[in-house]
Design a protein around this ligand. Structure first.
Ligand code: KIV
Length: 258
């Protein structure tokens, strides 16, 4: 059955929400066959698929291209398109135009990085009919300003800010909120503090749901964050398959022609 923003919101307190990234029709098909609830066409496409160092170079046009590919797989999972660097802080009509392009390409919601400071923008988008997934804690689009990736919410002062962020984003109308690299105890407090699902990534086991980058799960990333254990080594298996075929071609060309 097709998953909607309502399915995700109403799962809170009943069943964990399972989310994963997808960047094209193949990863969408694999993830959907695995029975996930939500496919995020993440701007992680930049570093995971396109070879950039960070998500910062990703543009709305790149995102729309990948959203279209995921949508053409016609998954049952809800499709969420990530608003890339800079766009949510640009003027309102440009942001709305990007959201409209994403929805036309097949996204059924968008994701915005940011805490309390972005809540008025989330409210305005929701009022305009654009469903929004929030994203607090580590915001990878801030990597240049942060000078690297780190865990959030270890100090009390930062904990108060993050709880306020979770509340502000949820109260602005987000149907769920990603909490990335948040201290596990704090993530649990967030789940108790807001009415929509908190979807953790590197934030402990006790969130309302979890999200992973699909390439990390499939062993296609080369290096892996500590919280993501590959369940299969597809890169290694793929290289072995190619090497086997190449050896066959080089060793017995006639056999291959037959
Ligand atoms: O872009 C992305 O893949 C993400 C997830 C890791 C949450 O934002």
């Amino acid at each position: 059955m097709k998953k909607t923003t309502r399915t995700i919101r109403e799962a809170k307190g009943k069943t964990p929400v399972v989310c994963i990234t997808a960047y094209d029709a193949v990863t969408a098909r694999i993830a959907d066959a695995g029975g996930v609830d939500l496919l995020l066409v993440g701007d992680s496409v930049g570093n995971v698929v396109l070879g950039f160092e960070t998500t910062v170079p990703v543009t709305p046009a790149m995102m729309a291209h990948h959203i279209g590919a995921v949508a053409r797989a016609k998954p049952e999972a809800l499709i969420v398109g990530d608003i890339p660097f800079g766009v949510a802080h640009d003027d309102w009509s440009k942001l709305l135009a990007v959201c409209a392009d994403f929805l036309r390409a097949g996204a059924e919601a968008v994701k915005l990085e940011g805490g309390a400071e972005i809540a008025p923008t989330i409210r305005r988008l929701v009022d305009a009919g654009v469903p929004v997934m929030g994203h607090i804690g580590l915001q990878p689009q801030q990597v240049l300003a942060l000078g690297g990736y780190r865990k959030f919410g270890k100090q009390e002062q930062e904990q108060d800010k993050l709880l306020a962020d979770a509340r502000a984003v949820a109260e602005a109308g987000a149907f769920c909120v990603v909490a990335e690299m948040v201290d596990a105890g704090l993530a649990q407090k967030m789940c108790a503090a807001v009415e929509v699902p908190i979807i953790g990534i590197g934030s402990g086991a006790h969130c309302d749901g979890q999200i992973l980058v699909i390439h990390d799960l499939l062993g296609l990333s080369g290096k892996y964050p500590s919280f993501a254990k590959p369940r299969v080594q597809l890169e290694k298996l793929g290289a072995e398959a190619v090497a086997g075929w190449a050896a066959e071609v080089r060793g017995d060309a006639r056999k291959v022609q037959d």
